[in-house]
Design a protein around this ligand. Sequence first.
Ligand SMILES: Cc1cc2nc3c(=O)[nH]c(=O)nc-3n(C[C@H](O)[C@H](O)[C@H](O)COP(=O)(O)OP(=O)(O)OC[C@H]3O[C@@H](n4cnc5c(N)ncnc54)[C@H](O)[C@@H]3O)c2cc1C
Length: 412
Amino acid sequence: MSDKLNPRRDLLILGGGLVGMTLALAAAKKGISSHVVDRADPAELTAEGFDGRASAISTASWNLFSNIGLAEALEPHGCPIESIAVTDGMKPGRIDFQPEPHEGTPTDTLGRMFANRTLRLALFEAAKDEPLIAWHAKANVVERHRGEHGVSATLEDGTVLEASLMCAAEGRGSPTREEAGFSMAHWDYSHRAIIVGLTHEKPHDGVAWEIFYPDGPFALLPLLDDEQGRHRSALVWTVDESDAEGVLKLSERAFKHEIEKRMHGVFGEITVEGPRSSYPLSFQHTAKIVHHRLALVGDAAHGMHPIAGQGLNLGLRDVGALVDVLAEGMRLGLEPGDAQLLAKYEKWRAMDSLMVMGATDTLTRLFGIPGKLASAVRRFGMAGVQRTPMLKNWFMDEARGMSGDLPELLKG
Ligand SMILES: Cc1cc2nc3c(=O)[nH]c(=O)nc-3n(C[C@H](O)[C@H](O)[C@H](O)COP(=O)(O)OP(=O)(O)OC[C@H]3O[C@@H](n4cnc5c(N)ncnc54)[C@H](O)[C@@H]3O)c2cc1C
């Protein structure tokens, strides 16, 4: 039974990561209330060094952040991605995705890079004063219940939180998804992404580099210059799982040398900044993302290789679609846990999710094939794309996340 301090709300969001938190804020914008439960301490989540990653935020995701009131807090921290250079190990025949300026209008970028910490801080700050969000931090759920008339979660301290719809936003290992018995397609890439910050001599000019090596992609993502005016980029270096421990333990000098070898001097002299962190990489996807009074969002529904920088963007499109469907249904007098609304959400997300997951997996495998012949075939294909503006425009629209049937909150 919910108590006076914790009255029944519309949504019970389990997991307050980037996706769960954005869902709570986007829902609140439409007058939909929520409980958000996260086992982590917000001070830890936003501490310097907790999540050293930076995320490429697509145009559509930026629209969502703007529409829920985060533009002012985020704008000064975003580094525009002016173009994307894709190369097969820096050999000749790369593709440059660079939007053409339209007459009279400034060039549309391909997204913006943000430190994950900046995104989390902006989300926490906005949620703090939002009465429609009840935030339960450092809380462990010991029991979940989905009944005929509503859902509930019992926390370790005995608090019972009630709502109409449960949303699982607990990331890849979502216990709520596991308990509900969703079946997942899952495979391990036997790869690990090593993350570190770089400062460098030459400016990056807003170029995001995707350099494909047979042992894994190597991505250099543009960040804003630091306070001392040093040029900065985020490195995501994918290595074989069996090499990961060794790479993480390399001396500063040897680590820098390995990075330089793969950069071919594009940014001149480099300095490795801060500690290295690493993330194991796998693929997981479920076509079914709803169950009785339960919706999956974000990585709880789909986890992919980070090479195309699409995981969070896909999760934010889940958020936009779910909130659109719920707001429309509630306007018509339906409650958020209504099965028809959940079916609509699942149908809306199915194609987009499958396409992005499939394309990312294919890209990862295609560039992982070793040998000169495979490289020649790839570069032949890339040269074809480079010469075909229509194809390039299609890829750029995908990167911006602006194609397909967009939820209202993701429109400009
Ligand atoms: C190296 C790397 C680079 C990436 N770069 C990009 C990029 O450039 N662009 C992009 O779009 N995506 C990128 N991604 C993907 C992106 O980071 C994820 O898709 C995104 O973080 C998923 O967010 P989420 O909120 O769904 O899950 P998570 O970030 O995993 O958050 C889950 C939350 O749930 C909480 N939780 C977990 N279990 C429980 C529980 N039992 N009870 C309560 N709370 C719980 C956790 O504390 C956490 O706060 C990248 C991923 C990696 C690994």
